[in-house]
Design a protein around this ligand. Structure first.
Ligand SMILES: Nc1ncnc2c1ncn2[C@@H]1O[C@H](COP(=O)(O)OP(=O)(O)O)[C@@H](O)[C@H]1O
Ligand SMILES: O=C(CO)[C@@H](O)[C@@H](O)COP(=O)(O)O
Length: 556
């Protein structure tokens, strides 16, 4: 009898479950649930307004994903819950929340319903930049060695800047919280009844390493006296390696999800990291781009190298036995969405409707007809700040070269190209610092849907790109970890390497660079680099000054 595993990918806008045949890797059924509260970046559910740069989520939405998508995949596939041997989940990160000891999120307590700091802070909550700046300055002054593992800077998207923001701006929430926890670990806590924190988010987002643990109490005290014991008071030193079983489904959650109590649940993982074995990467030098709302760049290497401006490297962070390197771009799909919602005239929407296309497809059709360089446009892809390699959420987007004849499809193509140049900067930076990018792979919603973008990436980077055959690669990766949590005895696998051999998959075609386009893009990339360094490395801090003026004016 075939055995199945369920993987659930908690993305930025929705949660996606896949039911996977453990023997063949076949994705038998998929179910997607948009989050009821979406991304809260303007107001809370009760209308409380949020300041600039905030991005929150509601934890109830994650439970809804479990309650709707899991029964749905079972129903669609027509299989019995007795044949489901394991569950794995992955999440965006650092996506964190304050909870009580029993796991109740503070935002679910009546008294904190209208308190923004009681909610989940999503990975792209960018209002903690000033705390990240302080943390980085203090770490540099103290000569903290951990900075080397994080490319020289801790991002405002990661855990401690977010905790610092809560402490400074809402000390009552800091005091009331028994714990701060990654949403990934919170969902596993809900499913199994046991709090087991995963090594992936701890390593990449919370300055933890398996050799050195967390930074010292002295360091935390230097950030703020109240933070001296933050790890023991509000986090945990018990960190569990990815690839292990966290526990088993409780009666209550099994009932909610339509599964058997006792089903194995894997230690939680991160959406980008979990995707690496799902495309069959189990060796060094093969970079995977997970292209969606944002892009994460994942790469295994066998040595520790200081690579400036990356998110970090973590020993065993992606697969055991390797250093897992991560870099990223905070704004990819997000600014395509911004563009279609704000900059495309109604005539384009009418044309799309007539042709039976969605607006992205229409823009792609038109943008495809353009040659590289033809629009005269060049953009900086910083609509949501810059994660790698400048690590600065206060940078903003820019488009140069517009005239009275500039068309929406030209702007759309310029935005795609900007993200491709941003990716090339990341690749060059790895190569220059001894971590070689020998092959390129892609997965994620956009890699699946957007062949124009994929071709432009091949043309800009000059590298062939292999693409995941799964439309839900992170969820497939999670299902693989679910099968490992179940173990061979229950019909799964004893290691993620064995699971990858059987369950990973790539499409039978790839995107190959067009040499003529590559030549033009070399020239454009040179210009992009000049703008990148000019606006991003302090020659002209106009973006930051504009932001300051914006804040001053909105306070009046
Ligand atoms: N047909 C399309 N072509 C290109 N991009 C698209 C298309 N449809 C949606 N998008 C973009 O995909 C992004 C979502 O990516 P996806 O990988 O599905 O989700 P997530 O980032 O939450 O994991 C959105 O920001 C949107 O801009
Ligand atoms: O930062 C990470 C992973 O380290 C991601 O979770 C984050 O960029 C969000 O990913 P998505 O764009 O929602 O796929």
């Amino acid at each position: 009898m075939a055995k199945f595993s369920i993987g659930i990918d908690f993305g930025t806008q929705s949660g996606r479950a896949v039911l996977v045949n453990v023997e063949t890797g076949e994705e038998v059924a998929t179910s997607v649930k948009e989050y009821t509260h979406g991304v809260m970046d303007e107001s809370l559910p009760d209308g409380t307004k949020l300041p600039h740069d905030w991005a929150l989520q509601h934890p109830q939405d994650y439970i809804e994903v479990l309650a709707t998508t899991v029964p749905d995949v079972l129903k669609k596939a027509g299989i019995s819950k007795d044949d489901v041997i394991g569950i794995g989940i992955d999440f965006t990160a650092c996506t964190m929340l304050p909870i009580k000891k029993d796991g109740t999120p503070l935002c679910m307590l009546d008294k904190f319903k209208s308190h923004p700091h009681a909610y989940v802070k999503l990975w792209k909550h960018h209002a903690a930049q000033k705390y990240a700046n302080r943390l980085n300055q203090i770490a540099q002054e103290r000569g903290e060695k951990f900075l080397q593992r994080y490319g020289g800077k801790i991002s405002s998207e990661w855990l401690f800047p977010k905790i610092m923001q809560i402490l400074e701006e809402a000390p009552e929430i800091y005091e009331e919280a028994d714990k701060f926890i990654e949403a990934a670990d919170w969902v596993v806590f809900k499913m199994t009844g046991v709090e087991k924190r995963n090594s992936c988010t701890a390593g990449y987002k919370a300055i933890w390493s398996k050799r050195e643990g967390y930074p010292s109490k002295e360091f935390f005290k230097a950030l703020h006296p109240r933070l001296e014991n933050v790890v023991d008071e509000k986090l945990s030193r018990d960190i569990y390696p990815i690839g292990q079983k966290a526990g088993e489904l409780t009666e209550e959650m099994a009932k909610l999800m339509g599964l058997n109590p006792g089903t194995a649940v894997a230690i939680a993982n991160v959406d980008a990291h979990v995707s690496v074995p799902a495309v069959g990467i189990t060796d060094i030098g093969k970079m995977l781009m997970i292209i969606g709302t944002s892009t994460c760049h994942m790469l295994l290497w066998n040595e520790e190298k200081m690579v400036p401006g990356i998110c970090g490297y973590v020993e065993d962070g992606i697969l055991p036995g390797f250093y897992g390197y991560e870099a990223g771009q905070s704004c990819v799909g997000d600014h395509f969405e911004w563009f279609v919602e704000n900059c495309v005239p109604p005539t384009y929407y009418d044309e799309a409707k007539q042709k039976g296309l969605n607006i992205y497809q229409l823009l792609k059709e038109k943008a495809k007809a353009l040659k590289p360089g033809q629009s005269g446009l060049l953009a900086l892809d910083w609509w949501n700040g810059n994660r790698s390699i400048l690590v600065d959420a206060d940078l903003t987007g820019m488009m140069l070269g517009m005239t009275l004849t500039t068309k929406p499809e030209e702007m759309y193509r310029a935005l795609i190209e900007a993200t491709a140049y941003g990716t090339k900067i990341i690749i060059d930076n790895f190569n220059e610092h001894g971590v070689e990018v020998r092959e390129l792979y892609a997965c994620g919603g956009i890699a699946e849907k957007d062949e124009l973008l994929m071709q432009i990436y091949a043309d800009v980077t000059g590298l062939e790109i292999k693409v995941s055959a799964s439309p839900q690669t992170p969820a497939l990766g999670s299902a693989m970890f679910g099968a490992v949590a179940a173990g061979k005895e229950r019909g799964g696998y004893d290691s993620i390497f064995e699971a990858a051999k059987k369950m990973a998959k790539l499409k039978d075609y790839s995107y190959k660079p067009n040499p003529q386009n590559h030549e033009v893009y070399k020239k454009l990339y040179k210009e992009y680099k000049i703008l990148h360094d000019y606006f991003g490395r302090g020659a002209n801090d106009v973006m930051k000054r504009l932001k300051e003026i914006k804040e001053e004016v909105s306070r009046i």
